[in-house]
Design a protein around this ligand. Structure first.
Ligand code: AOF
Ligand code: ZN
Length: 342
């Protein structure tokens, strides 16, 4: 059947459910589902963690806990329902057993174990199947899982802060923060949605970053893996660095030969769907140059840092600014600010 405006509305609800699982479900995807009959929502659910019930089963359980009669209902799922046994039984079975007569899903499952099978199976059983509803949003949500299924490598997000004079770090001795507290909270959110944080030996020596999730605004989850990539020998890394000595030190890995692909494979093997690179210009450049980056998150810090190798050459130190005004012009971030005079 052709999707209707109602289908889009319910799929958007399923998407909102799915997003509750972002950062929590690896190596599985974040998936959401909603069950609807006669325009009434009977149940909803989301996949909470790998090994736990899929979104469809959560939604079925939610509807049953309210004693709803499910025969003749429609289920909306952001991802094609699974159709063979994994850690959990196939959702196509659960859907048919419940007497659901219409299945609307967004993205096809990129997992070869399931891909395209649900449509055949369900159609053969007389269930009406409608696909591709809110496709772009469903595929966007699935992007890291999909890349890993197809290539065996995790999705690579590069995070960087850049000053107005083109520096990505403060000059030595000026403290490590370029960006505002609000941007740093956003970095916490990016760490939360990532399964590993990659940094370089130099950043470790200079900044000694913890690379952990510390904000109280997120649900509990294991700290991300931390991967230190260095071209030197492990012996050259500071043994007292936080990533080697804090409570999560057993989740720190070292790739000694600078092999980016090997580092990503190691993380994929540990179940990472998405990794974030938080490093200096050399390592960031290497990732970009190798064509290994899938997404960038850049914070333009409204600051002129100065320093010998900054973009505005010859500026010895920071130029203080105030009265910032921002505007988005095309794809650019346009800023006006006043130079602070003593
Ligand atoms: C999920 N959550 O809501 C859906 C998934 O090992 P299993 O049994 O959990 O199966 C994982 C696979 O199931 C996963 O790779 C994906 O292809 C499919 N659908 N997975 O984790 C869900 N619907
Ligand atoms: Zn399933």
């Amino acid at each position: 059947m052709i999707p209707t405006a109602y289908d889009c509305k319910w799929m958007q609800l399923a998407l909102r459910e799915a997003r509750r699982g972002i950062g929590l479900t690896s190596p599985n995807p974040a998936v959401g589902a909603a069950i609807v009959k006669d325009g009434v929502l009977l149940g909803k659910g989301w996949h909470q963690r790998a090994g736990q019930p899929h979104a469809e089963r959560e939604a079925l359980a939610d509807a049953r806990s309210q004693n709803h009669e499910l025969s003749g209902a429609t289920i909306y799922v952001t991802l094609e329902p699974c159709s063979s046994h994994g850690r959990t039984p196939p959702c196509t079975d659960g859907i048919m057993e419940a007497g659901i007569t219409r299945v609307v899903y967004g993205a096809e499952d990129p997992n070869p174990a399931h891909r395209g099978r649900a449509r055949e199976l369900l159609t053969a059983a007389g269930v009406d199947v409608c696909t591709g509803v809110e496709l772009a949003a469903c595929e966007h949500l699935l992007r890291a899982f999909a890349k890993k299924q197809v290539t065996g490598l995790p999705w690579v997000l590069v995070k960087s802060a850049i000053s107005l004079d083109g520096r990505i770090t403060r000059p030595p001795g000026e403290g490590q923060w370029l960006t505002s507290a609000a941007s740093r909270e956003q970095v916490q959110a990016l760490r939360f949605e990532s399964d590993a944080i990659i940094t370089g030996g130099n950043t470790l020596r200079i900044d000694d970053p913890a690379l952990t999730i510390r904000s109280p605004h997120f649900p509990a989850k294991p700290q991300p893996w931390r991967m230190v990539i260095t071209r030197g020998y492990q012996a050259n890394l500071p043994a007292h660095a936080k990533v080697f000595t804090d409570a999560y030190a057993e989740r720190t890995l070292v790739q000694e030969d600078g092999d980016l692909l090997a580092a990503l494979k190691q993380l994929a093997d540990r179940g990472c769907n998405q990794v974030m690179v938080e490093a200096g210009g050399v390592l960031l450049g290497a990732f970009l140059d190798a064509g290994l980056v899938d997404e960038v998150a850049v914070f333009y810090a409204p600051m002129v840092t100065g320093g010998a190798d900054a973009g505005f050459a010859g500026l010895p130190r920071e130029v203080p600014l105030h009265g910032h005004e921002y505007q988005k012009i095309g794809d650019d971030v346009y800023l006006r600010a006043l130079v602070t005079r003593d």
